[in-house]
Write a new protein. Structure first.
Length: 16
């Protein structure tokens, strides 16, 4: 579950 949550979190960190 944490891997899937970090998946979209990683994208958000690369957006800004």
């Amino acid at each position: 579950l944490r891997e899937k949550k970090l998946a979209w979190v990683d994208v958000f960190e690369e957006i800004p």
